[in-house]
Design a protein around this ligand. Structure first.
Ligand code: MSP
Length: 517
C-alpha cells in the first residue's frame, strides 16, 4: 500500500434526506481513513452529493422550489449527519458547483476529441430511481425496475453516445491482469460476467432533463447524471482557483495532483456496474489513471426485510444516534456485518451486541482493573518490569499486525473481532489470576503477581483503546483518557509493550459504557 490513502464514498443523491445505507458506507470509509491515519499515512476521505438529473429535478418541482435551493438544503442535511456520526472527511463534493461544471465539460471534450462520443437516436426503458436504462428481460412483470420496483418509462431521444463497447476488451484484460481490483472477489466475477454478455454504447446526454450540465456546444441537452457525478471524485480535489482559471487544462492539472488516483472507491453493490464498467471506460478513454480498487459492500435490511418508505420500515440514522449514541451505531454496523456481505439490523440484536461487547466485555474489564488499582495501588501504575514474552504480551504484540492485515483486506469486522478476542483473553487471564484474592494474601509475592496482572492488563487496554479509535472514536478517547493519552498516529508507539510509565496515575472515567435497556 502506498504512503497516501485516498478513499471515496459514493456521492449521494439529494432527492431525499440521508438514510442508513448512505450512513453505512460513510462510517466504513471513515473507519478506514482513520485507521490509515493511525498508521501514519496521509489520508483523504472524500464524500459528497450527486445533485443533477431528472429525479432531483422532479423532487424539487414537487416541493415547488428551484432545484438549487432544494440541493442546498439536503446537502446541509448530509453534512449535519456526518458531523453527528463523527465522520472526519476532508473533501465534500457538490456536483452543482461551478468548478465541477467546468471539469465535466472539459472531460466531455477530452473524450469527444478522442472520438468516443457520437450522436444517435436512442429508444429504451428508463428507471428514474436508478437513473439508468433497463433491459426488457430484467423487468418484473415486464414493467417494474428489479431494484426499485417502480414502473420504467419509455424513452426515445436523439442523444450523444459514449462508445463503451470499444472498451469491453480493454476492461476485460485489465480485470484479468488485476484479479484483486474488485473486492470482495465474487463481485469481480459478476463484473466479468456482465462484460462477457457484451457492453453497449450508452447515451450520455438528455434533452428532457434541464437540471444538469449543458453539453459543450449544444445547450439543447444536458449531460447524463452518471457521466457527470462520477467526475465529482476528481473535480473536488482541485481548487476553485485552478479550475476557474482561463488556462485550466484538466489533464495537466490532474497529472500534477498527488492524490489521484483513489486508493479505493467504496460503494454499494447496486452501483458496481457504473464504477466497474462506465467509470473505468470513461477514464480509459480520457487516458486518466484508474482507481486502485473498488469495494462493493452489501445491503442492509431491517428485521430481515428490505427497507423502504412505502413499507414504513426505514431506519433514520439521526434517531438511532439520539437513542443509542454515536459509537454504538458505528460499532454495530462495522462489527456485526461482515464487510462486503448483506446485513440486518434489528433492535434486539443491536442491544445484545452493544451490551455484550461495549458494556460487558470492554466496560467491565476497565472497571475491574481501575478499581483494583485504586484500592491496592493508590491509583498509580505499580513498579513492575514487564516481560514481553508473557502470553498476554505475545498476544498483544501480535494483535496490531493482525488488525492491520484485516484492514488491508477490508475485513473491518474481523479487525474488530480480533481486538475483542484479545479483550476476552485479558478478562480470562484476570479471572484465572484472581488479583482480588491475591491482594488479601499475607505473602508479598502474591501481591507482586496481582500487580503484574494489573499492569499487563492496563498495557493491553492501552493498545486496545488506541486500536479502537478508527471505529469508535469517542469511546476510544474516553478509554485513552484513563492513561492521560490521546490517540496516536505513531504505529510503533501504539504496538509497543511496556509503554506505560511506572508511577503514572490512572484516571477513573466513571462508567465507560452504560448498558442499553
Ligand atoms: N448518486 C449515486 C452514486 C453516484 S457515485 C458518483 C447513488 N446514490 S444513492 O444515494 O442512491 O446511493 C448511495 C449509496 O447508498 C450506494 O452505495 C448504495 O449502495 C447505498 N445504499 C442504498 N440503500 C442501501 C441499503 N439498504 N443498504 C446499504 N447500502 C445501501 O447511487
Amino acid at each position: 500500500m502506498s504512503e497516501k490513502f485516498f478513499i471515496t464514498t459514493p456521492l449521494y443523491y439529494v432527492n431525499a434526506e440521508p438514510h442508513i445505507g448512505s450512513a453505512y458506507t460513510t462510517i466504513a470509509a471513515d473507519s478506514l481513513t482513520r485507521f490509515w491515519k493511525l498508521f501514519g499515512k496521509e489520508s483523504l476521505l472524500l464524500t459528497g452529493v450527486d445533485e443533477h438529473g431528472g429525479k432531483i429535478e422532479s423532487t424539487a418541482e414537487s416541493r415547488n422550489i428551484n432545484p438549487q435551493t432544494h440541493c442546498d438544503e439536503i446537502s446541509d442535511k448530509f453534512k449535519e449527519l456526518w458531523t453527528k456520526l463523527n465522520i472526519d472527511y476532508q473533501k465534500f463534493s457538490r456536483t452543482s458547483s461551478e468548478k465541477h461544471n467546468k471539469v465535466v465539460k472539459s472531460f466531455f471534450q477530452i473524450v469527444q476529441e478522442k472520438g468516443d462520443i457520437y450522436q444517435a437516436e436512442y429508444k429504451g426503458l428508463y428507471c428514474l430511481a436508478c437513473e439508468d436504462f433497463k433491459n426488457e428481460r430484467e423487468l418484473i412483470n415486464g414493467k417494474l425496475c428489479p431494484i426499485h420496483q417502480i414502473p420504467v418509462q419509455e424513452y426515445s431521444e436523439n442523444n450523444y453516445f459514449f462508445a463503451l463497447s470499444k472498451y469491453a476488451n480493454k476492461i476485460s484484460n485489465f480485470l484479468k491482469d488485476n484479479p484483486d481490483f474488485i473486492k470482495p472477489k465474487f463481485r469481480q466475477n459478476e463484473v466479468e460476467a456482465w462484460i462477457n454478455e457484451g457492453l453497449k454504447d450508452f447515451p450520455i446526454s438528455r434533452r428532457s432533463v434541464k437540471w444538469g450540465i449543458p453539453v459543450p456546444g449544444d445547450d439543447t441537452q444536458t449531460i447524463y447524471v452518471w457521466f457527470d457525478a462520477l467526475l465529482g471524485y476528481l473535480s473536488t480535489l482541485l481548487s476553485d482557483e485552478e479550475v476557474l482559471d482561463l488556462d485550466f487544462d484538466l489533464k495537466k492539472t490532474l497529472s500534477e495532483f498527488d492524490f489521484w488516483p483513489p486508493s479505493v472507491h467504496l460503494i454499494g453493490k447496486d452501483i458496481l456496474r457504473f464504477h466497474a464498467v462506465y467509470w473505468i471506460a470513461m477514464l480509459m478513454s480520457a487516458g486518466f489513471p484508474l482507481p486502485k480498487k473498488l469495494f462493493g459492500h452489501g445491503f442492509l435490511t431491517k428485521d430481515g426485510e428490505k427497507m423502504g418508505k412505502t413499507r414504513g420500515n426505514i431506519i433514520v440514522p439521526q434517531e438511532l444516534i439520539d437513542q443509542f449514541g454515536v459509537d454504538a451505531v458505528r460499532f454495530y454496523f462495522l462489527f456485526n456485518i461482515p464487510f462486503g456481505q448483506d446485513g440486518d439490523y434489528s433492535e434486539q440484536v443491536f442491544k445484545e451486541t452493544i451490551n455484550a461487547y461495549l458494556a460487558n466485555r470492554l466496560g467491565n474489564l476497565f472497571s475491574r482493573v481501575i478499581k483494583l488499582i485504586e484500592n491496592h495501588c493508590e491509583s498509580r501504575i505499580p513498579l513492575m518490569p514487564l516481560d514481553s514474552n508473557s502470553p498476554i504480551a505475545q498476544k498483544a504484540l501480535g494483535l496490531s499486525n493482525k488488525v492491520k492485515e484485516h484492514m488491508e483486506n477490508y475485513e473491518i469486522h474481523d479487525a474488530l473481532k480480533s481486538i475483542f478476542d484479545f479483550v476476552d483473553e485479558m478478562n480470562l487471564n484476570l479471572t484465572e489470576v484472581k488479583p482480588w484474592n491475591l491482594f488479601k494474601s499475607e505473602e508479598k509475592t502474591d501481591h507482586q503477581i496481582a500487580k503484574l496482572s494489573l499492569v499487563e492488563t492496563l498495557e493491553g487496554l492501552r493498545i486496545v483503546s488506541n486500536l479502537l479509535y478508527p471505529f469508535i472514536p469517542e469511546l476510544s478517547s474516553k478509554m485513552l483518557s484513563v492513561f492521560s493519552l490521546k490517540e496516536t498516529n505513531n504505529w510503533e508507539e501504539l504496538s509497543k509493550w511496556s509503554y506505560l510509565q511506572t508511577g503514572m496515575s490512572i484516571q477513573n472515567p466513571g462508567v465507560l459504557f452504560g448498558r442499553l435497556k
